[in-house]
Design a binder for this molecule. Structure first.
Ligand code: ATP
Ligand code: MG
Length: 413
């Protein structure tokens, strides 16, 4: 992508009403646009980051047998009444509206009910199970406070997978696989070291559910971390009995702030029972399908990564998430050679943002840093005479080195 062809603009300042650092940086760097509190549009650079996060999650969900679908955002009230969650006193984040004929609709805050209902014609016998549909979708939640930028949206992206199993044993085996897949997702996003599988309350069908909590000063949750065992305990289940069960001592735990980036939950018959999702077992008898739900927040992750890896110059994207891997800066009259290098990098499979603008080098460097592109490559007449380019890593932006194109490719391709 050439910068002259890219729809974006970096800004000196974020809107005065934006208090979250992640959103301030993302707006200034031209990745997102703030529509209103908790509601953000994605510009081309932001869309690429979100898509990279989504693609990593997609690959890991497919690797455990997930089947990607796309459910509807508009929901009629019936199915939610059947589960008891239409009532605002039960689910307090609903956005509700009405059809022209007066019947009530809601904008889906999650999808257990509609998917359970949808599965009824497709699950009849034990032969139809297990099955693991999932989707990436915008969820709508009327969150009371939305001051954390992308980390708490009123409209936000969620990956939600639901497992439909014959019984608890089949469910448990998948639950463990899903937990491992979550670990791989956070590793690939560059958050592996600071993300902890966290014990949380489990509802009626399991002792625990599990959250995936990423340690962060801006987190809204408190967790108790055991660094050696790489686990954590959520506030709601932090008590002597649970500590004993997990074989950990109070003194070994550290109280820290964290952000919930995902969670996995045993639903059991919570939805299949009231909505009548049953199957005929091998013995010919009808049974309730045994369910689980598995959420991850791609837009919350984008905000968290933006904030966590930033420095005083701007964003610092991890390699797997960055919108482009190389920011190519041309200085002076070197368009031809720069284009050649641009094409060469791309043929080597490297995504490049080529700053071909007629701008001061300083302005180009500032944008490269603000946008957080991992590798910066400068080409100029003086460097060409020496047969090199100048390479700078975003993570060590005060140390540049001169490399031949071959050396550059060996480093980053
Ligand atoms: P929280 O306690 O932070 O409100 P939650 O328990 O309501 O989270 P879930 O309903 O389990 O979250 O949603 C699954 C995932 O979706 C969460 O783990 C999180 O990553 C993401 N998520 C939830 N609410 C939001 C939001 N308002 N904005 C962005 N992402 C969200
Ligand atoms: Mg919530």
């Amino acid at each position: 992508m050439r910068v002259t062809n890219l729809f974006t603009k970096t800004l000196k300042q974020a809107p005065a009403d934006e208090v979250a650092k992640n959103a301030q940086l993302l707006i200034r760097a031209g990745f997102v646009y703030k529509e209103m509190a908790g509601v953000y549009a994605y510009l081309p650079l932001g869309k690429r980051v979100l898509d990279n996060i989504i693609q990593i999650i997609r690959e890991e969900m497919n690797s455990i047998g997930g089947n990607e679908i796309s459910l509807t955002a508009l929901q009629s009230s019936e199915v939610w009444k059947a589960s008891g969650r239409w009532d605002d006193a039960v689910l307090d984040v609903w956005f509700k509206t009405k059809l022209a004929n007066g019947s009530e609709l809601g904008l889906a805050p999650t999808h257990e009910e509609p998917l359970t209902k949808l599965m009824k014609p497709y699950i009849n016998s034990y032969k139809d199970l297990p099955v693991y549909p999932y989707q990436f979708q915008i969820k709508f939640r009327n969150e009371l406070r939305s001051k954390s930028g992308l980390m708490r949206g009123r409209e936000f992206w969620m990956k939600d997978l639901y497992s439909f199993s014959k019984d608890q044993a089949e469910h448990d085996a998948f639950y463990e696989k899903a937990s491992e897949a979550y670990g791989r997702v956070f590793d690939r996003l560059g958050l592996g070291d600071i993300t902890f599988k966290t014990f949380a309350s489990g509802g009626s069908f399991a002792k625990f559910s599990h959250e995936f909590q990423t340690l962060s000063e801006v987190g809204e949750d408190i967790v108790y971390v055991h660094r050696e065992k790489k686990i954590a305990i959520n506030e709601e289940v932090y008590n002597d009995e649970v500590l004993a069960e997990l074989g950990v001592k109070k003194e070994e735990l550290e109280e820290v702030k964290a952000v919930e980036v995902g969670n996995i939950f045993t639903l059991g018959e919570r939805f299949s029972e009231p909505l009548g999702l049953t199957y005929t077992g091998e013995d010919g008898r009808a049974k309730n399908v045994f369910m689980g739900s598995y959420g991850i927040g791609p837009s919350r992750l984008m905000g968290l990564i933006a904030e966590h890896f930033s420095d005083d110059k701007g964003l610092v994207w991890p390699e797997n998430v960055a919108p482009y891997r190389v920011y190519l800066v041309s200085i002076g009259d070197v368009a031809e050679q720069a284009t050649e290098l641009y094409e060469r990098l791309q043929s080597a499979g490297v995504t490049v943002l080529y700053d071909d603008r007629n701008e001061r080098p300083g302005a180009k460097f500032a944008d490269a840093e603000l946008m957080g592109i991992p590798h910066r490559v400068v080409i100029s007449e003086r460097l060409l005479e020496e047969g090199v380019i100048e390479y700078t890593s975003r993570r060590a932006s005060d140390a540049s080195e001169k490399l031949t194109v071959e050396e550059l490719l060996a480093k980053i391709a």
